[in-house]
Design a protein around this ligand. Structure first.
Ligand code: NAP
Length: 255
């Protein structure tokens, strides 16, 4: 690669939570293609994380894979210490780790509610807090939070998930306002239905319902979400902050 035309994220360190598979993995790959060194994070699947790391190293980028449950403060502290120690300060953060425990409210236990809120929302707060100091020091930062159309629409059976994703949108706006003077942007993506392990439990009638309510009449891909995330992380997106971009085939137009 010629020094005259470096890739747009050359020299930046990007940490993507939950990036051993699915959308997070696609985002990690895309940011690496744009020149960033990458911190892969996973909770339990070390083999998938090792594969993700190898495919990033094939691109010539530096990459570490760190096991950490990002809903736990001590794990987040360790994750950022390992990332900074190995690669330098994290100036691109993608809060992507997420989970579901779908049930109607009457059947949903407090444990179901708290598990999803902790994985989706608490983790995003903890990682944002851990990343901000380094971004402020660098006077440059990009935060992309992976919300969901569920956070805009409040689907039946997803009171916990929808609430966590709506809250992530508000967290994004607060982060954007607090950090604007430091040249740190914060934006959210709201994907529609993307086939991954997370959505493998969705039943055929539910899939048909979603397809019927998606103007583009197809499901999205992890690469399509990654392309939007990569744009928001790029230098070209420097004047965009506090936005929620739906990557949903038009599904949220039905609200
Ligand atoms: P996925 O295939 O299930 O992948 C989830 C990833 O998150 C895995 O790498 C998993 O690691 C990791 N993870 C889960 N809990 C974690 C924790 N506590 N600490 C660290 N890592 C954790 O899911 P996905 O479909 O790619 O979803 C990614 C994000 O997109 C989520 O926030 C999801 O809500 C959002 N989203 C997805 C869709 C969709 O249709 N797929 C739509 C809208 C929004 P391990 O496997 O090692 O546990």
């Amino acid at each position: 690669m010629s020094n005259e035309h470096p890739l747009p994220l050359t020299g930046k360190v990007a940490l993507i939570t939950g990036s051993s598979q699915g959308i997070g993995r696609a985002i990690a790959q895309r940011l690496a293609q744009m020149g960033a060194d990458i911190v892969i994070n996973y909770r339990s699947n070390a083999e998938a994380a090792a594969q993700a790391k190898a495919s990033i190293e094939e691109l010539g980028r530096q990459c570490i894979a760190v096991q950490a449950d990002v809903s736990k403060e001590e794990d987040v502290t360790r994750l950022f210490a390992e990332a900074t120690g190995a690669l330098g300060p994290v100036t691109i953060l993608v809060n992507n780790a997420g989970t579901t425990r779908d049930k109607l409210i009457l059947q949903m236990s407090l444990a179901d509610f708290e598990y999803v809120m902790n994985t989706n929302l608490r983790a995003a707060f903890l990682c944002t807090k851990a990343a901000l100091r380094g971004m402020m020091k660098a006077r440059w930062g990009r935060i992309v939070n992976i919300a969901s159309v569920a956070g805009l629409m409040g689907p039946a059976g997803q009171a916990n998930y929808g609430a966590s994703k709506a809250a992530i949108i508000s967290l994004t706006l607060s982060t954007a306002r607090e950090m604007a003077s430091r040249n740190v942007t914060a934006n959210a993506l709201a994907p529609g239905f993307i086939p991954t392990e997370l959505t493998s439990i969705v039943t055929e009638p539910q899939r048909k319902y979603m397809l019927d309510n998606t103007p583009l009449s197809r499901f999205g891909t992890t690469d399509e979400v990654a392309a939007a995330a990569a744009f928001l992380c790029s230098p070209e997106a420097g004047y965009i902050t506090g936005q929620v971009l739906a990557v949903d085939g038009g599904m949220s137009m039905h609200m």
